[in-house]
Design a protein around this ligand. Structure first.
Ligand code: ADP
Length: 270
């Protein structure tokens, strides 16, 4: 949408200018709607755990004489507090992302290191479900960007793969560089998969195929929208292949840190 406005503005014809105005109005109205939905979603997502924490605290006070009940309520209190903290962290991450340009001062990032770190950070979750996370493709791949953001993105895909997979299954993380200078990071699982109808919606903020299941696993529905933003900030794209009951593959595609990429970004040779 933005590029349409820019191209049209550059054209000298008055008629084109009209087109820009019309386009901008719809665009700003659409953005306003997105913003309003986002705020409504945030309030809802925050209200649920905050309300639960209040109720559980009250229940704790009245159950003070009964140790078994106290410990049960305290456990649930901890779960709700953890959820609240997850949501808050992810909302902050998302707004930080919307305000950063990963390519304004890009560094050369070693993708193998990012992948290894993401897997390392998922060890506890994987071990808890006896899931083996295997790395394939030892390709030395480098891209331009921000290491901590890329780590968040790959880590989100790996934790999702673990979250939505049965015990004892396998998750694979592969890295490869294509002939047309694209670095691909593919995260494959043998999990529950996603129906075709939901596939293009899973990247929306707060969208969850199964809200109850996502909540049970501490999900916020923000993980994939963060992945999408990070990857777009790096000039890349995310693809997903999935089949209900068979598993999913999420692929992050980023421009390789090549000479032509350096030239395009106005940088010195890699
Ligand atoms: P959540 O915090 O709920 O995991 P995400 O934005 O990361 O939020 O994902 C959105 C939804 O997409 C999830 O709730 C889940 O329904 C679905 N999903 C994401 N990754 C997978 C996967 N690897 N396998 C099956 N479903 C997935």
């Amino acid at each position: 949408d933005d590029s349409l406005s820019v191209t049209a503005m550059a054209a000298p014809l008055g008629v084109r200018y009209m087109l820009v105005l019309v386009d901008d109005t719809t665009e700003s109205r659409r953005l306003e709607e997105v913003r309003r939905d986002f705020m409504a979603n945030i309030s809802h997502e925050l209200k649920t755990p905050i309300g639960a924490i209040g109720l559980l605290a009250e229940a704790l006070v009245s159950a003070a004489d009964d140790p078994a009940t106290v410990s049960r309520f305290a456990g649930r209190l901890m779960t709700e507090a953890a959820r609240l903290s997850n949501i808050t962290r992810e909302i902050i991450e998302l707004s930080r992302l919307q305000a950063t340009d990963a390519l304004s001062e890009p560094k050369v990032i070693d993708i193998d290191y990012v992948v290894a770190s993401a897997i390392e950070q998922s060890t506890v979750a994987a071990d808890a479900k006896k899931i083996e996370v295997a790395r394939g493709g030892a390709k030395k791949a480098r891209v331009y960007g921000d290491e901590s953001l890329l780590l968040v993105a790959v880590h989100n895909l790996v934790t999702n793969a673990i979250k939505y997979s049965p015990e004892g299954s396998r998750v694979g993380v592969g890295v490869r560089a294509t002939d047309d200078e694209i670095v691909e990071i593919a995260v494959t699982d043998q999990g529950i998969g996603i129906d075709e109808d939901d596939l293009d919606r899973v990247f929306e903020r707060f969208y969850r195929v199964d809200p109850a299941r996502s909540r049970d696993t501490g999900g916020t529905g923000l993980g994939l929208s963060i992945v999408k933003h990070v990857v777009q900030n790096h000039g890349g794209e995310v693809r997903v292949w999935s089949q209900r009951g068979r598993g999913s593959t999420f692929t992050i595609r980023l421009p390789e840190a090549s000479e032509s990429r350096a030239a395009a970004l106005g940088l010195e040779k890699p």
